[in-house]
Design a protein around this ligand. Structure first.
Ligand code: ACM
Length: 264
């Protein structure tokens, strides 16, 4: 099956949801793809210093401005979209991503492994690692940024049938893009890591993000990798059904050779 996927990279403006949504709409202009992935906290920026800042930009996953715009764009371009944003749910705030399908269905992931000061402002995700049907019923698993350092995240999504891992990120440590090569090849899945760029300063706090967003194949091949400071969407056509084949050699299978009795 031919499936055109895209990875987006840009510099969100801190606390400026309107501008960030406009930037993402502009990036998608004339999009002809089946799935496009945007970064973590793409609507809000990242370096929060107070709960009030989080509250000022947090939204419902289903009825917020982001969900509303992305539903419109997913339909307009007949394309599944993944985007990270601060989620308000009852009285809790989560670092979440949504998969929005052309038919208007929305699925949510809440970041399970919070990084650094995120722990001050967000609740840890409580929905588990889940795989959702995207356009053409392709199985897409969602994870966010620092989840990469826990191999269980990608493994769980893959054991649950993920063909593509949609990995929205705001990477500050230098290792993820290389580490994801292993995540893809050990699980025989495609992965799309959408990272942001730029330096964000808020009071005493400062973070610089590493760009290099990428699309990886089921053998860990780098199908696309952006530059550190590039802005745009890079596209590649993949065959997601390749991820169903977990064969390593004629004697080995990445999943059925697992010796789970020795893993706990
Ligand atoms: C991160 O999890 N945003 C580094």
């Amino acid at each position: 099956m031919n499936y055109r996927v895209g990875v987006a990279q840009f510099e969100p403006k801190f606390l400026d949801v309107e501008k960030n949504l406009q930037t993402m709409e502009n990036l998608l202009y004339d999009c002809q793809a089946d799935l496009v992935v945007f970064p973590e906290l793409a609507t809000s920026g990242y370096v929060f210093k107070s709960q009030d800042e989080v509250k000022s930009v947090a939204e419902s996953a289903f009825t917020g401005k982001t969900a509303t715009l992305f539903k419109k764009l997913a339909k307009q371009y007949n394309c599944s979209l993944v985007v990270g944003f601060p989620e308000k749910f009852r009285n809790q705030y989560f670092n979440s991503s949504i998969l929005v399908n052309p038919d208007g269905r929305i699925y949510v992931y809440r970041k399970i492994h919070l990084f650094y000061e995120e722990k001050l402002f967000f609740s840890p995700g409580n929905l588990g690692f889940q795989v959702f049907p995207a356009k053409k019923d392709v199985q897409v698993g969602l994870m966010i940024c620092f989840d990469w350092i826990f191999p269980e995240a990608a493994r769980t999504l893959s054991l649950k049938g993920s063909e593509i891992i949609a990995h929205s990120a705001n990477l500050v440590l230098p290792w993820c893009q290389q580490a994801m090569i292993t995540r893809s090849l050990e699980n025989r899945v495609f992965s799309i890591t959408s990272n942001r760029i730029g330096t964000e300063i808020n009071g005493e706090s400062k973070q610089t993000f590493t760009g290099m967003s990428q699309i990886l194949g089921t053998r860990g091949e780098i199908l696309k990798r952006m530059q550190e400071k590039e802005i745009g969407i890079e596209y590649f056509t993949i065959d997601p059904t390749l991820a169903k084949d977990k064969t390593i050699t004629e004697f080995n299978d990445a999943f059925s050779d697992r010796r789970t009795e020795f893993y706990s």
